[in-house]
Design a protein around this ligand. Sequence first.
Ligand code: ZN
Length: 408
Amino acid sequence: MSQPPGPLSQLRRGHEELVLGLLRKHGPLSRGELGKRCGLSRTTLYDILADLVAAGAVVTATQQEAPRGRGRPAETLTLNPDAGQAIGIDFTRRGLHVAAVNLAHEIVGSASEPHAADLPWEGRVELAERLIGSLTGTGSGALRLGALSAIGVGVVGPVEGPEQPEDDEDPPPHPVQLLLHERFGVPVLLDNNTRLAALGEAIWGAAAGGQDVLYLRLSHGVGGGLVVGGSLHRGAYGLSGEFGHITVEPGGARCGCGGTGCLETVASIRAVLDAYRAAGGRADDVPELIKAVQSGDETALWLLDGVGARIGEVLAALCNAIGPSVIVIGGELAATGAPLLDPVERALAEHVMPVSRHRVRLRRATLGEAAGALGGIALVLHESPLLARYPAGPDLAEDPILNQTRTP
Ligand SMILES: [Zn+2]
């Protein structure tokens, strides 16, 4: 499955996808049944099947209840439940999360590990490889990567892409794409990790089924993602969802983006912990802050009330601009609960236009730290209607990385 790209390998990949799709939809099928449904010539089909079996993507079984009488019992082919088809990796600022799905598109596992914020890409990719190894392992029931078709990756910050799907000009590959491609030999699709988390929540999480969703993540950075009219919104330069850089304090603290007074300077983990300590509180991390909140610490409650109000004002402005039906709040700070979210609700009630303020629902994210990795998988599978018009939609028959590295 790692031949150089070309019309023939693209055709072959298409045939493989066709056969895998039929097995996913119908369950176990005999060679004869597959032949009738796929329309490929017998020689081509047998050829494709031999490769899929060799790769571990498809396994054969002899039918238990073969009809009595003459002839061999029919052999059926089925998807290997231990074969991984797609991996999602979320490279956050201080840690990474991986998740994998098998050929039936069931999530077979996820894993996370924190790391230092200055760990170079080589180290992060090594760590990712180790975590994926923990999902694959060697024991029975371990995931096999012979059938891996692509990796979906989320990274911090804006991700440039073709402005229009038909644009020929692709941006240069990200270093992490090259490194992962080198190790796994499959296409590596890239997007902003918070937007991928929004996608995950809108497909499987707190906003499942929502057509107009606003997602905000309160973590080491503050960012988000938008689903508008049933489509994940990317923006002309991949900049959609940068809610953390909306100004809340003109002339305020300097922000990592180069601006001042952004929401991130008030509502990121570091900003909240710094403000808490400056006000006399003691907490080195979010779990300690949560403990203080739960013990009724007045300073912590007062601080979160102010931060929540700021967040709520920004969200209310966004509501009036976009008109979401659901707002999802995720990230570590969301775990502080009501002391942060109640003032958000109050600000929404106060600042969203009266005609819609009672229709917007505020929810906590449900996928936890795996949301971004799951969004990466959704990007690879490209089955969600939310991605129907998404410009970064992958064409797995073409390998963007190989195509680019071939031209000097
Ligand atoms: Zn900023």
